[in-house]
Design a protein around this ligand. Structure first.
Ligand code: SF4
Length: 698
């Protein structure tokens, strides 16, 4: 089967030319199929006597199972198919072409005994979708219809670029079809372009009213004026098609012009053919792409779910939603955040965009799901967009605005991160946070004693939660917590975030620092460059530093220090020396806080002989000298296998650290992740170490 693509600027006469070619070919006995690839779906109307037909995309969106809906039989038995497409300004027509071609291929829509398939394709913008007919498995030869107007030559050049991006140096262009407008010097103008791109003008269709006359009677010019010059012009093309052999025949490579060369064409000046065109096709190699880490929408959802009474609507396909739910639920279990976050699937909803909505837009689905969540009683809704609406250009912001206007008591916040288009997870989380700030009251005056806690996770582990000193330390300084942000905050609490005089990180992380920065720039809340301490030494230093920062008197600070000292003294009195003579090694990444483990070793009497790190970077909270002074050996870049070898050599009684692989060890091991803030968290962990060792000794 020969497959021919006819490209050209919209309105240039492609459909008329295509219909006439199809008619003449079919009159000579060829079995012809014509496929219109234009959302206007009027390519085959002339062949069907003015009748419009069900487009492939209409069929896909209907309940009909009859594939025959998509094919009509026109004059001379020509099979007529229209891909269809969205309304102007909505969705993605290119995506529509892609879907329609997949459908036609998978369902063998075109009869196998067809001799010639003609694709009539809109060529103004050759995006990936409109370039589908250019794929090698489709078009063997490409004709480009043009007139002597610069914009149609510009479109022709774009088509050449599209072809070149598929196959450099391959010959697939049959030539230019000049559909005359009747401008003075038109032929010479187009010939100048044709010479510059190295293509022949295969035929010249004179400007005439014959096409219009024939069309007004619902027939082709070939039927109405079989002896006309117009008929002969079409016949020239038909002869070329007939003589194309499978190997390509008289075909030419696509050699598009660069912008400067096009400018010469526009001015009617010749392009120097001796100089090689500097137009370079842009075929992305994998290593040229900017690889982004993580899915932005996923990160944005996690951020928005931090407002515990808000709903999150994922505007995208089911697969994105599934991936987010499974990922976030897994994270919630793994990070022990379940109490605060609840299941992601409980509060996260999806517009479940289908292939069809990715073509025609998913605004309707989005409006419906927002309405349904409002009806269910939700008063804060975040709409997180994914790649698909990002590509097709759904106006998510507009929908959210309209919904808020309709329901003024509901905050409908667009988080248009568009999957990865605006960056990776880190940027998306920041964007989500900035959008969240749009619901907060920026005019509130901060309370002198109010502190916002950033990155506080309300752990499900009740034993550890009991050991959380956060409130005790803040309140011990005569301060109070205004908001625990994120993950233990209601929308109403978040709206009052500006009441906080300062932001304080619960734990150190790049994300928490970024949250502080965003809240500083969006809400004007300064942040304390420190985080909640773990263990006695850190807690004492923190009380003094943070107390000073907040203007708390020394007396108050020292009283609090006395209180935390008492806790350690009490623990020491009860458990001191309980693990005397035991040897421990630590295995954890270098960013881990381990000062408290050293303190526990001192109190309980066990000796830390070695610290192994799976990575190689400096410690954040303590340096190597600090450990060397205590006679502790350090080794970096130790993977699990090497750790096992070291354990065979060192033969410790236990391993304390942070790594899931520790669960595979056969000697006692304690994987502590991060103890709760203050001294009580460290003491709780100390008791766990004792229990672990005592059980193992039974
Ligand atoms: S398609 Fe885009 S939004 Fe969906 S999961 Fe992949 S990267 Fe994320």
């Amino acid at each position: 089967m020969k497959q021919i693509a006819i490209y050209g600027k919209g309105g240039i006469g492609k459909s008329t030319v295509s219909a006439n070619i199809s008619f003449q070919l079919s009159s000579e006995g060829f079995k012809v199929a014509q496929i219109g690839c234009d959302p206007k779906h009027d390519s085959t109307r002339l062949l069907l006597g003015g009748k419009t037909q069900t487009t492939v995309l209409d069929h896909i969106n209907s309940d009909s199972k009859d594939i025959g809906d998509t094919v009509s039989v026109g004059k001379n038995g020509i099979l007529c198919i229209e891909t269809g497409g969205p309304e102007p300004g909505v969705g993605c027509a290119g995506r529509g072409i892609l879907t329609a071609f997949n459908f036609m291929e998978n369902n063998s829509v075109v009869a196998k005994d067809t001799d010639i398939m003609l694709y009539d394709v809109l060529g103004d913008v050759v995006c990936g979708g409109f370039a589908v007919p250019l794929r090698r498995k489709y078009a063997n030869a490409v004709f480009i219809v043009t007139s002597g107007e610069f914009m149609s030559l510009y479109a022709a050049n774009n088509v050449l670029k599209g072809i070149r991006n598929f196959d450099i140096d391959k010959c697939r262009v049959a030539g230019l079809i000049l559909n005359m407008r009747g401008n003075e010097g038109e032929y010479e103008y187009v010939k100048n372009f044709a010479d510059a791109v190295g293509l022949p003008i295969v035929t010249k269709i004179p400007r005439s009213s014959k096409f219009a006359e024939a069309e007004s009677e619902g027939v082709t010019v070939s039927e109405k004026f079989p002896d006309s010059e117009e008929y002969k012009a079409i016949h020239d093309i038909v002869e070329i098609i007939k003589n194309l052999n499978g190997a390509g025949g008289k075909l030419y490579p696509a050699c598009p012009l660069n912008d400067d060369e096009l400018d010469l064409i526009a001015k009617g000046k010749p392009v120097n053919k001796d100089e090689k065109s500097t137009y370079s096709s842009r075929i992305l190699a994998v290593d040229e792409r900017n690889v982004l880490r993580g899915c932005g929408s996923h990160a944005a959802c996690l951020c928005c779910l931090g407002i515990k009474d808000a709903d999150v609507i994922v505007h995208g396909p089911k697969s994105c939603h599934f991936f987010f739910s499974v990922g976030l639920d897994g994270e919630i279990v793994y990070e022990n955040k379940a109490k605060a976050l609840r299941s992601a699937s409980e509060r996260m909803f999806s517009t479940d965009l289908t292939d069809y909505s990715s073509i025609f837009g998913g605004i309707k689905e989005l409006g419906e799901i927002i309405e349904s969540r409002i009806a269910a009683g939700t008063r804060t809704i975040f709409v997180v967009s994914t790649c698909v609406p990002g590509i097709i250009g759904d106006d998510v912001e507009g929908v959210c605005e309209r919904m808020h206007e309709k329901h003024p008591d509901v905050d409908v916040v667009p988080v248009d991160v568009d999957g990865i288009l605006n960056g990776g997870g880190f940027q998306a989380r920041e964007m989500a946070l900035r959008r969240m700030c749009s619901i907060a009251d920026k005019d509130l005056e901060p309370d002198n004693d109010a502190v916002n806690m950033i990155g506080y996770y309300d752990e499900i582990d009740k034993v550890l939660a009991r050991g959380d000193d956060m409130r005790r330390l803040i309140e011990g300084l005569g301060l109070r917590i205004n908001s625990c942000f994120l993950n233990d905050t209601t929308a109403e609490e978040f709206k009052r975030v500006r009441k906080g005089r300062v932001n304080l990180m619960y734990s150190y992380s790049v994300i928490n620092r970024n949250i502080c920065r965003v809240l500083e720039s969006e809400m004007g809340i300064p942040w304390f460059n420190g985080y909640m301490p773990i263990g006695l030494g850190q807690t004492v230093s923190w009380i003094r530093e943070f107390g000073r920062y907040m203007g708390v008197s020394d007396d108050v600070c020292e009283r609090l220090i006395g209180s935390v000292n008492n806790d350690y003294d009490g623990f020491k009195a009860q458990y001191g020396g309980r693990l005397e003579g035991k040897k421990a090694v630590i295995y954890c990444p270098t960013a881990t806080d381990i000062d408290w483990v050293l303190e526990m070793g001192d109190i309980l009497g066990f000796t830390i002989t070695d610290i192994y790190c799976p990575t190689n970077s400096k410690w954040i909270n303590a340096d190597e000298v600090h450990f060397a002074d205590r006679g502790i050996r350090m080794e970096f870049d130790v993977n699990y296998d090497t750790l096992c070898e070291r354990l065979d050599e060192v033969r410790p009684d236990m391993v304390i650290g942070v790594d899931q692989m520790l669960s595979r060890l056969t000697i006692p091991h304690y994987n502590f992740r991060r103890p709760r803030a203050g001294v009580r968290g460290a003491i709780e962990c100390g008791k766990r170490i004792i229990r672990m060792m005592e059980v193992s000794m039974i």
